[in-house]
Design a protein around this ligand. Structure first.
Ligand code: XMP
Length: 531
């Protein structure tokens, strides 16, 4: 039995990042710890999150260039507050503590930390009093974002104060000999005006990183990883036609050549005309090494009567694997065959697979939705990357813009956009409504500016009136969001006349629908998909 790394706590990282420039973020449970990782990667330095229970020796064995201690909701004085091994501060590795990370550093090294009775939350003016290194090139006064309870009142012995705000006398500190730094504010959020440059100073000037993590380096490392994992065996790649699986397929093809077969599963949950388009595109490009499988009947049968979104995902994850296993055996691949998937980092994080503190939001079908037992070894060359990073790799590999810039489409397809049980009839209604949304948004030239735009078939039916007759039809919700990586999202302010066109076309072209609503919730608190 082989399981994907994602499901194993503390699983080794893939080789996606050249280890020469690794930065680790010790996660103390901040709401957006992954944002720190993203910001570090924007400086072309590879970065990963690790849970605060990971032993120091394990961290140091990976030879990080720097370690960042994240924020977190705890007070250092709380009985079960997460701590860290103080030996970290003498390990010779530069450390940056952010918010809770800074307070913890101050507390462990015998500075003075005031227990937070009044929280400071929001924008504050940061006054830089020492601009030697961390604040090099930063104005004396700049805006920063604060969100903390505890407060550092005095730095530990040997530390100097670098900046203050009206409420925080020690908004930043440093022990330059040991290269230990702390900031009370959040450099990773956009409200900290010079956050990017401050992080850049830490990574490039203080920790000596060079920014070697380019799309080209990432692509090369991913090709090497697939080659190593598959050895001289053969593999199939799960190809859906979306950007992630297409990039994974090109990488796997570079690594394995004709030892790779791309399998496209039409599970009956795809959008209007999608199976035909994918089959046409990839048969032309890949010839005999592209195998389409029509499997709608078995997926719809397995989903019959299922209401619960998590069950839907598990059923689809399981069914996918069974189809791939059957294809693998038909192609003479098992035992020991590999299945290459385009799983991304957010899928892993949201499925609770980073050994982090994040709750399981949804079992993304190709991570948490996989069955316990399977005969294929899962290889995921993109599992440490965010979507925009995958797009950059896709461009580097020469994929056409039509594929690189396709909006994401979830593996479980339309099944998680139909609230309640999936039926062929509902699928047909949703396909038509969704087609209108996509066509109108694209005609308005807004496609590239949005993360996703689609229709949802809500479980609601309501009364309407058409041509003097009473109707009782489906309610379709239109969803359009902007986002950087799908982890957070904002509802898109679509022009009213566009919404009007979408609504009236859906009502007139899809007879079963008599009401269209627009979803104006962001993520959080909602998620992008409805299920
Ligand atoms: P949510 O709904 O969690 O979605 O805000 C975040 C992003 O992930 C996509 N998504 C999935 N992708 N398998 C996938 O391949 C899944 O099970 C899955 N669930 C959500 C979603 O479309 C959005 O872009």
């Amino acid at each position: 039995m082989t399981r994907p790394d994602a499901a194993r706590p503390g699983a080794p990282a893939s080789s996606t990042g050249p280890s020469a420039e690794l930065v680790l973020v010790v996660d103390f449970g901040a709401q957006y710890s992954q944002l720190i990782a993203r910001r570090v990667r924007e400086h072309r330095v590879y970065c990963e999150l690790v849970h605060h229970s990971t032993p120091l020796a394990e961290l140091l064995a990976r030879r990080p260039r720097a370690i960042i201690l994240s924020g977190g909701p705890a007070s250092v004085y709380a009985k079960d507050a997460p701590r860290y091994d103080t030996a970290l501060f003498d390990a010779g590795v530069p450390v940056l503590g952010i918010c809770y990370g800074m307070q913890l550093m101050a507390y462990l090294l015998r500075g003075r930390v005031e227990r937070g009775d009044r929280r400071e939350y929001g924008r504050a003016v940061l006054t830089v009093t020492d601009d030697q290194d961390l604040f090099r090139g930063i104005e004396r006064e700049t805006q920063c974002w604060m969100s903390h309870g505890d407060l550092v009142l005095e730095p530990p012995p040997g530390f100097v104060v670098l900046a203050r705000t009206a409420n925080s006398p020690v908004a930043a500190f440093a022990d330059r000999c040991r290269r230990l730094y702390g900031v009370q504010f959040h450099p990773e959020v956009v409200h900290t005006e010079r956050g990017r440059d401050i992080l850049g100073n830490f990574l490039l000037k203080i920790a000596g990183c060079r920014g070697l993590w380019t799309p080209e380096a990432v692509a090369d490392a991913a090709v090497r990883e697939v080659a190593e994992r598959v050895g001289d065996g053969r593999a199939i790649v799960a190809l859906s036609g979306g950007v992630d699986s297409s990039v994974a397929a090109v990488i796997a093809h570079r690594a394995l050549g004709d030892r790779l077969v791309a399998v496209f599963v039409d599970h009956g949950l795809l959008r209007k005309d999608e199976p035909e388009t994918v089959i046409e595109t990839f048969s032309c490009r890949m010839g005999a090494s592209f195998v389409p499988v029509r499997a709608a009947d078995r997926f719809l049968k397995a989903l019959c009567g299922v209401r619960d979104p998590e069950r839907k995902r598990k059923i689809i994850g399981e069914e996918f694997i069974r189809v791939f296993e059957e294809e693998a055996s038909r192609l003479g691949l098992v035992p020991g065959g590999a299945l290459v998937q385009g799983t991304l980092y957010p899928d892993v994080i949201e499925s609770g697979g980073t050994h982090g503190t994040a709750a399981v939001i949804k079992s993304h079908h190709n991570v948490g939705g996989l069955p316990e037992r399977m005969s294929l070894t899962i290889v995921e060359p993109l599992r440490n990357l965010f979507k925009d990073e995958v797009r950059a790799v896709g461009e580097e590999l020469g994929l056409p813009p039509g594929i690189v810039w396709r909006p994401p489409f979830p593996g479980p397809g339309l099944s998680i956009r139909i609230v309640g049980p999936v039926t062929r009839r509902k699928l047909a209604v949703l396909r038509e409504a969704d087609h209108v949304v996509r066509e109108e948004v694209e005609r308005a030239g807004l496609g590239r500016r949005l993360w996703q735009y689609f229709a949802v078939l809500t479980g609601v039916r309501s009364v309407g009136v058409m041509g003097d007759e009473r109707t009782y039809g489906y309610t379709v919700a239109v969803r359009a969001v902007t986002s950087e990586d799908g982890m957070t999202a904002d509802w898109a302010r679509l022009p009213h006349d566009l919404l009007e066109r979408i609504a009236s076309r859906i009502i007139s072209e899809v007879p079963q629908v008599n009401r269209v609503v627009y979803d104006v919730t962001s993520k959080p608190p909602a998620t992008i998909e409805w299920e």
